[in-house]
Design a protein around this ligand. Sequence first.
Ligand SMILES: [Zn+2]
Length: 102
Amino acid sequence: MKRKKPEWQLEIAKERIEKLFSLAGSTYDSTPNRSRRYVELARKIGLRYNVRLDKEQKRNFCKKCNTILMPGKTSQTHLDSRTKAIIIKCQNCNYISRYPYK
Ligand SMILES: [Zn+2]
């Protein structure tokens, strides 16, 4: 069993992840590839430090191509009332994610 990382390291990791997501959002228009790279990095940091991304962050990018998802721009969102799911489609690679909603 690996020892748990110290708390301060986790805090730094969380901060870096937040920063990377916001960078990914602000750079998408000018440099989409760089933006995807930021998302990829954020996910890697999360894995390395075992930091869970919060719900918002998880829904914020495409798991397949790392595109930051912006409704009406890089993603299409609609609600499926039958299955009570939010369906988010990535406009870059057409990957579809589903999340339950209340
Ligand atoms: Zn995608």
